[in-house]
Design a protein around this ligand. Structure first.
Ligand code: 9D3
Length: 251
């Protein structure tokens, strides 16, 4: 079963960002995942190909019409059935949704995909949401111009979890090693840049010392920048000791 996304969007050209570059492009070429865009404009019901209208009750902006969106979703679902793809959730990307998490990314990456609805303008007619949407998802508390960039982020996060998507399986292992912590600092050549040397330990060749230093940096930065991440996480004796050291070195 290959991961298949169907995206309902007025701006299908934006999705070249994920099909045209990088890991996601390579994974697409290798047949690890699929993407199909569905433009509500193609299901508009009048000669002007109208997809939005003014909000009942007044106010600024325009609201996307239910009809062309519902027809797009239904076309996507019909096509998925034809192709023998398993059922999948319809997800609306919206600031009103639940924040996307790594846990949800792993669940989606392990499934058959999703139909992703991207809104534009002030919003989408509530009745199509009631009738067709299973789940609402947000990237966080800031304002985008539409759901497309959120859909791109969601798909990118899922695709990089697919076995064979990244050439380096060690980097995915590494992620679970320090799961729940911020990343450690990275350095490459030259050994002295702008007068700043690479930390001695990293050129020492002592792999156990390097592991401890990296874990300590990851713990320390998480404590400084995202203490909320440490709250819901088991801390081993070694980690406690390393974080204590880090904290003491701060003053
Ligand atoms: C300025 C318009 N806002 C009036 C209070 C409402 C609004 C409508 C549409 C705000 C944002 C959007 C478009 N955003 C998304 O479609 C979106 C989004 C986001 O803006 N932030 C974080 N995650 C997401 S997922 C989809």
């Amino acid at each position: 079963m290959t991961l298949a996304f169907d995206v309902v969007t007025l701006f299908p050209e934006m999705f070249a960002a994920i099909t045209g570059s990088g890991i996601s492009r390579r994974a697409l070429e290798r047949g690890l995942w699929q993407l199909q865009c569905w433009n509500p404009r193609d299901w508009a019901e009048d000669n002007y190909r109208t997809i939005d209208d003014r909000p009942y009750g007044g106010g600024p902006g325009m609201v996307m019409l239910a009809g062309p969106i519902e027809k797009s979703i239904d076309a996507a679902q019909a096509r998925r059935q034809q192709l023998g793809q398993d059922a999948c959730p319809v997800i609306f990307l919206t600031p009103q949704g639940k924040p996307l998490t790594h846990r949800r990314v792993l669940q989606l990456a392990a499934g058959s995909g999703a139909i992703l609805l991207c809104g534009r303008y002030e919003g989408v007619d509530e009745r199509v949401l009631e009738r067709r949407v299973d789940e609402e998802m947000s990237l966080g508390d800031f304002v985008l111009s539409g759901g497309e960039i959120a859909a791109l982020a969601l798909m990118d996060a899922c695709v990089r979890q697919l076995p064979g998507a990244t050439s380096d399986p060690a980097s995915v292992l590494e992620e679970s090693f320090v799961a729940g912590l911020l990343d450690t600092p990275h350095y490459t050549r030259p050994e002295v840049y702008a007068g700043v040397p690479v930390p001695d330990v990293l050129v020492s060749g002592d792999h156990e010392k390097i592991r401890r230093w990296r874990l300590k940096q990851a713990l320390g930065r998480t404590w400084q920048r995202r203490p909320d991440l440490l709250e819901g996480r088991e801390v081993t004796e070694e980690e406690k000791r390393l974080l204590d050291e880090f904290v003491r070195e701060q003053r």
